[in-house]
Design a protein around this ligand. Sequence first.
Ligand code: DHK
Length: 145
Amino acid sequence: MTKTVYILNGPNLNLLGKRQPEIYGHDTLADVEAVCAELGEKIGLKTRLLQSNWEGQIIDWIHEARDAAQGIIINPAALTHTSVAVLDALNTFDGPVLEVHISNVHQRESFRHHSYVSQRADGVIAGFGVEGYALALRRMGRLLA
Ligand code: DHK
């Protein structure tokens, strides 16, 4: 059976490509979705990319992933630094969790240096631009092999 990976994206990432391109680049989330779908097909994974500006929706998708997915890649965006609730939700998920940040959060404001999600993540990618999603998906392929 083909394994499914949820690729979850938090607040403001719907504006990827338009929002602060000097930090987040010019690619859109639709571009990321297309790259991940193509790579996923190559390595035998089904991908489902989702984005919400609402914390509760991200949590509901993590709950859904408990039955519907074998792995989660998550860019929680600002929720990274604030949300115990997202961490708690990820702790209900049994499979691998990989955390992605487009920018190098450690080079930015100090409030971006701490991540609640890293406590659960099996790996973290930061500062590789949107390429980080593909790198995480490749890693997920190995973890789910
Ligand atoms: C995206 C955001 O929206 C910020 O709130 C995070 C993250 C960093 C990113 O680099 O993808 O601090």
